[in-house]
Design a protein. Structure first.
Length: 482
């Protein structure tokens, strides 16, 4: 997960006390606004429950903070949450996911509601399910599986994605994860052409073999493959195209998949054309990620793309850099420039930074990280899909009230919580999607039920680096990789 806290807001509560709210963005989209004491409470519970080293948490202050100290705290909190977001143990924990889910629900400032959500399969078949804003992505996904009758052991191989339809192409915007409510995230990104789609959630195409033995799983993979060939994501000759079309007309799905799995760029995610400083500055490229590599096709005037493959095991680390053009961060006409830079082992003892400028830079980084996680898991014979243990933990709301929560779930109803006797007060102890959806990392300033007004917000500098991601798989590289 990529975290940032680009700015803050100052609130006045019901007792006329002011406090600062920190606007957290995850994977390029505004997620929630939280107080310092909420993050401190999260840290204290992680100290008790997480069996991993934790970064230093910004200390409490006993006197009101100056503007300089407020900025130092914001930077410190951002660094803290970026660091824990890179730890696979913590970012997959029920505690962190549950905290972020509850904070997102609190940010929308309304009662939980049931509503219908349309989830599409790759063949445009629509599954309409009744969901609540308190349900996370995993819970919504389970409802989809029940409707299409997918076998339980195949559930981990699929996920929900938000895409935007553009002409005959589909642009992947986001993978929905358990720290968020699909309904809330979908509304935050609301624009023409976006939809929630069920798609593959793995990189190693050997997993296909298990899925293809099930009729529902076969149909899911088949429909997605047909769609990707039609989009041009998977390269194919005219002769092979005719052969596959004949199999498609006859409904011979397994034979179709047997052939398709051998085609160039099968199992890759393709991104919209962008620019790269390699092999030359301002090179226009098409990037595809899959089969343990970031594949670069340099577009040339003679229509003969030059192909360059960067193996993920040779990337020492990567980072996201954002820069903003515009006067007001909340102006819909702002433009954020995003860059993905990775340090690559070009030759023995020779590392080189390579930079890609793309509105999908954060999504590229998320893909690289998930690919690395899958590689490391495979090398240790680990089980990616272990059932989490449901532990109880405490969520503190912005107004200071708290509630015991079980697992990665959410509190039942924030408005009702405040009126229940069991609720007690605690003693205090950028973005890729805007250009594609006109809604990238824009937070609507809302008046919350426990706040009288929003006084002002603090803006960041125009250029900044997001968290630098270290690649643990890099250190497993051997001489044969060179």
């Amino acid at each position: 997960m990529h975290f940032s806290i680009p700015d803050t807001q100052e609130f006045v509560d019901a007792a006329s006390n002011t406090y600062v709210g920190y606007n957290i963005h995850i994977n390029g989209l505004f997620h929630c606004t939280v107080r310092y004491k909420q993050l401190l409470n999260l840290h204290e519970q992680l100290v008790k429950d997480a069996d991993v080293p934790l970064p230093t948490f910004p200390p409490k202050k006993f006197f009101p903070l100056t503007m300089t100290q407020q900025e130092e705290r914001r930077v410190g909190l951002e660094k803290y949450i970026q660091t824990i977001g890179q730890n696979p143990v913590i970012n997959s924990s029920e505690l962190l996911n549950g905290f972020l889910l509850n904070a997102q629900q609190e940010a929308v400032n309304g009662p939980f509601e049931n509503e219908y959500l349309d989830v599409f399969l790759s063949n445009d078949y629509k599954v309409t399910i009744n969901v609540s804003t308190k349900e996370n992505s995993g819970q919504v996904l389970k409802k989809v599986y029940d409707r299409i009758m997918l076998l339980n052991h195949l559930h981990p191989y699929f996920a929900l994605f938000i895409i935007v339809q553009e002409d005959n192409n589909a642009i992947v915007l986001r993978k929905l994860q358990d720290f968020e409510s699909p309904v809330i995230t979908y509304k935050n990104m609301c624009t023409l052409g976006i939809r929630v789609v069920l798609g593959k959630n793995y990189w190693d195409i050997e997993h296909d073999l298990e899925i293809l033995d099930d009729s529902v799983g076969l149909s899911l993979l088949y429909n997605q493959t047909v769609a990707e060939i039609q989009r041009g994501w998977i390269l194919i000759t005219d002769e092979m195209q005719n052969r596959l079309e004949n199999l498609q007309k006859k409904g011979i799905k397994k034979e179709y998949m047997k052939i398709a799995r051998t085609l160039k760029y099968y199992g890759y995610v393709q991104f919209v054309p962008c620019f790269c400083d390699y092999p030359l500055p301002e090179s226009k490229v098409i990037i595809a990620i899959g089969k343990n590599e970031l594949n670069l096709r340099v577009l040339t005037s003679d229509d003969k793309p030059q192909e360059i493959a960067f193996k993920v095991t040779r990337m020492r680390c990567w980072r996201i850099t954002t820069s903003q053009n515009g006067i007001d961060r909340y102006d819909h006409h702002d433009h954020f420039n995003l860059e993905l830079s990775f340090e690559y082992l070009i030759a023995r003892n020779q590392l080189q930074w390579i930079t890609v400028s793309s509105d999908q830079a954060i999504l590229m980084s998320v893909c690289l990280q998930s690919m690395i996680d899958e590689l490391l898991l495979k090398s240790t014979d680990g089980n990616k899909h272990q059932e989490p243990q449901k532990k109880s933990w405490t969520y503190i709301m912005r107004d200071g009230h708290s509630r015991i929560v079980m697992g990665a779930g959410s509190i039942e109803n924030i408005d009702e919580e405040k009126q229940q006797d069991e609720v007690h007060s605690t003693t205090g102890v950028e973005p890729i999607i805007k250009k594609l959806t006109d809604r990238l990392s824009i937070m609507k300033l809302k008046k919350s039920s426990d706040d009288k007004t929003i006084v002002y917000k603090h803006e960041r500098g125009r250029t900044r680096e997001c968290d630098i991601v270290e690649n643990n798989a890099f250190y497993t590289i051997g001489d044969e990789d060179l």
